[in-house]
Ligand binder design. Structure first.
Ligand SMILES: NC(=O)c1ccc[n+]([C@@H]2O[C@H](COP(=O)([O-])OP(=O)(O)OC[C@H]3O[C@@H](n4cnc5c(N)ncnc54)[C@H](O)[C@@H]3O)[C@@H](O)[C@H]2O)c1
Length: 268
């Protein structure tokens, strides 16, 4: 099928809803085949709704309607066995992995001195260690190909401090460090690695955080406000547009770079 990503294969984590889903659909629309990986079950922490198996199935249907092919995997980025099986099956079916979007993540508020160790570990294990667990299975495939693009979904919290979000910010700054270090390691293999840094995005994550805090989604957006442009949040499709740019040959010499999608927030 025609399209900028015809013949390419994208492995997307956290694909069931939110930014992962929007990006998977945008890639499928441009001809990419999709491996959609998501925990697809409730998690005790942070306690808001994760994606579901139904979400994964409806994503697969949407991709097929776009003329693409989509494999779905219910698995946890913290579990090497889940990740390994998913990457192996993707390569068996599609033969390659051209794009890895490390997107699965959670968020929750909490003052540093009140966080439990469980909260700290869940945040760091999903947002940071999970990205590495997935990448370490995908990177050998990309090295064999001599090409590939990895995009890590960090946050504005990966470039600034944020009160009540220190464990989240630590995980996202960690992703910024992984991005730059992997860019150095992998450039000789023709693999580019970049990070994106969205401001608040209109996804189920923000609805879930609002519910946990007893606020409206708009109030949650205002809590970490500071967008210069007069919008409370950006849309998942805005994130997808940034990811597609980085994944494309239009960005062929972009590596180790943070793409800030912040409606001007970090300018102040
Ligand atoms: N929403 C925002 O305001 C915002 C802003 C900046 C960055 N981000 C980051 O963007 C990414 C996507 O967030 P979103 O807004 O789409 O959130 P979301 O909660 O709407 O979607 C996240 C998806 O990740 C999945 N997931 C969570 N834990 C997982 C695990 N352990 N293994 C596999 N899948 C798992 C969930 O099931 C869900 O489908 C996250 O890394 C988030 O930190 C979000």
């Amino acid at each position: 099928m025609p399209g900028e990503f015809a013949g390419k294969v994208a492995f997307v984590t956290g694909a069931a809803h939110g930014q992962g889903r929007a990006t998977a659909i945008a890639l499928a629309r441009e001809g990419a085949r999709i491996a959609a990986f998501d925990v697809a079950r409730p998690l005790g922490y942070p306690g808001y709704a994760m994606g579901s198996r139904d979400d994964l199935e409806s994503l697969a249907t949407a991709c097929k309607e776009l003329g693409s092919d989509c494999l779905t995997f219910a698995g946890d980025v913290r579990q090497d066995a889940d990740v390994t099986v998913a990457v192996e099956r993707t390569v068996e079916r599609f033969g390659r992995v051209d794009i890895l979007f490390n997107n699965a993540g959670i968020c929750a508020y909490g003052l540093a001195h009140e966080l439990t160790e469980e909260a700290w570990d869940a945040m760091l294990d999903i947002n940071l260690k999970g990205a590495w667990l997935v990448a370490r299975r995908v990177i050998p495939v990309m090295i064999r190909q001599g090409s590939g693009v990895i995009i890590n979904n960090s946050s504005v919290a990966g470039l600034r401090g944020m009160g009540q979000l220190s464990h989240y910010a630590a995980s996202k700054w960690g992703l910024t460090g992984l991005t730059k270090s992997w860019a150095i390691e992998l450039a000789p293999h023709g693999i580019r690695v970049n990070s994106i840094h969205p401001t608040g995005v209109n996804t189920p994550m923000n609805d879930g955080l609002a519910e946990l805090e007893g606020l409206t989604t708009r109030e949650i957006a205002e809590r970490s406000a500071g967008n210069l442009l007069p919008v409370p949040w950006i849309e998942p499709e805005d994130v997808a547009a940034g990811v597609l740019f980085l994944a494309s040959d239009r960005a062929r010499y972009v590596t180790g770079a943070p793409l800030v999608l912040d409606a001007g927030l970090l300018t102040r």
